[in-house]
Design a protein around this ligand. Sequence first.
Ligand SMILES: Cc1cc2nc3c(=O)[nH]c(=O)nc-3n(C[C@H](O)[C@H](O)[C@H](O)COP(=O)(O)O)c2cc1C
Length: 575
Amino acid sequence: MVAVAPQTENRLTMQTGYIAQDTTAIRSLDWDRDRFDIEFGLQNGTTYNSFIIHGDKMALVDTSHEKFRQLYFDTLRGLIDPRSVDYLIISHTEPDHSGLVKDFLQLAPDTTVVGSKVAIQFLEGFIHQDFKRQIVKNGDQIDLGQGHVLEFVNAPNLHWPDTILTYDWGTYTLFTCDVFGMHYCSDNLYDVQLQDIEADYRFYYDCLMGPNARSVLSALKRMGKLGEVKLVANGHGPLLQFNVQELINRYRDWSKAQTKGEKTVAVFYVSNYGYSDRISQSIAHGITKTGVTVEMLDMLGTDQQDVRELTESAAGLVIGMPPSSGEKAKEAATTLSTILASAKPKQYIGLFESYGEDDEPIDPILTKFREVGLGEGFPSIRIKDNPSEAIYQLCEESGTDLGQKLTKKENIKQRKSLDSDLDKAIGRISGGLYIITVQKGDVTGAMLASWVSQASFEPLGISIAVAKDRAIESLMQVGDQFILNILEEGHYQHLMKHFLKRFKPGEDRFAGVNTQTAKNGSPILTDSLAYLECEVVSRMEVDDHWIVYSQVNEGRVSKSDSLTAVHHRKVGNYY
Ligand SMILES: Cc1cc2nc3c(=O)[nH]c(=O)nc-3n(C[C@H](O)[C@H](O)[C@H](O)COP(=O)(O)O)c2cc1C
């Protein structure tokens, strides 16, 4: 049932599988895709999934990434004649799913392209040729015959503005594209082992869906009107068959938690312009790490009343500079004027350039917001080149800075409200002093920690409690490597002082510190007493921290007669 084509040099392979009555999956397996988008943190490659539904009429749901052009069409032709496809359903227009739409239409010009209004508009700009189209709204149906009645569900902002889901009433299959997906490449067609995929599933949610948690909840509500979902045919990773309810419920729980924040930051971006959407996602991810809710809004195609309401209710505003010329400029300028007219003193503002060809200049716009009385959420992000991993890190840290400004007062209040006896008692728990250091590609991180403990003998393991809004948290995902530097009694003050400085977003935390590179690529602090090379194995979520459990692979002590620095506290409401 499952055929795997021979591997090519760059490890692109194809897999097909019969997944439900008259329904076939065509999965493009991209084993080595690097992390160039924020959500590829776990480096487990990815897949692009496309589906054929064969009733009396035939539908193809999504295509593939253009790097699979040859392999995808060879596989498709092996299964069907592309000209017999009546409908090509575009779940959304991101190039990794619709990169081959143009090629497909050259093979099958009579196929009707089905998508949301926004998706069809995007495609017009992308395909530059006439094509048959059918715009669908929430609840619309297409009957393919043989019981395959397809119903469409609007799911804007999951994670693109044009997203729709497609439900087949004949097989109870929900085709979801990015939603309920994950970047995880393996030969498993299905979610056979939950523990293998759950870290990737969560990370992908945090990066792409968390910033749109309100939209996730709305889409889940709309999904409630469908029948039972027996299979989730997603666009990335293994399909969900064995843990459907569990994994859908996790989206609900996480989204509820993400929208619990008392404050909201409005993030305005221009979809499909420069890197605006990617950058805004990184900033939004950084904000959500602090427990602040994010609402993302496209500056194009959005009702001005919505812009006004969101701006007025938000505690912070983040705006990607729109193009200053071209067809999108006028509409974006109107949205920008509405934001400016609705902004209020005491809100925080953060601006970024999206490395589009001719972004509006930042400074005059920032000046206008400052004149209204808005405070600086983060220093303006000016991107002069294709964004690198380090730029995305800077964006995320900027978002976290903004979120922390908004939550500062509440956090201080919360700390003060601990019952004093309990506070003193828990303060008697003490720990050592450590500095965690990481280098991952061109991204680095470091943090002083004392909530560290050995947690296993065989294999050797340690646990570290990392606050959810720490910059380094994003670099301590399952599979990531880091160093635990153990500080020396009587010889740690300079390191502690250095690493407790307030670093600006993206700032080099190692400037002026002596380091050597460990085998796992992360920096060892030369002045530490001992170090351990660690790899993250699993993470447990608790209210305000992640308990990161890691295996220890190597270690050395520099002075065998010295002791570890101990951190005694008086109260338990801080480290
Ligand atoms: C003595 C001491 C121990 C700390 N231990 C931890 C810890 O175990 N986990 C944690 O998340 N933060 C801990 N912190 C807080 C972080 O070290 C500190 O806030 C951090 O450097 C801020 O980094 P960020 O800007 O990357 O979020 C500790 C702080 C101090 C002063």
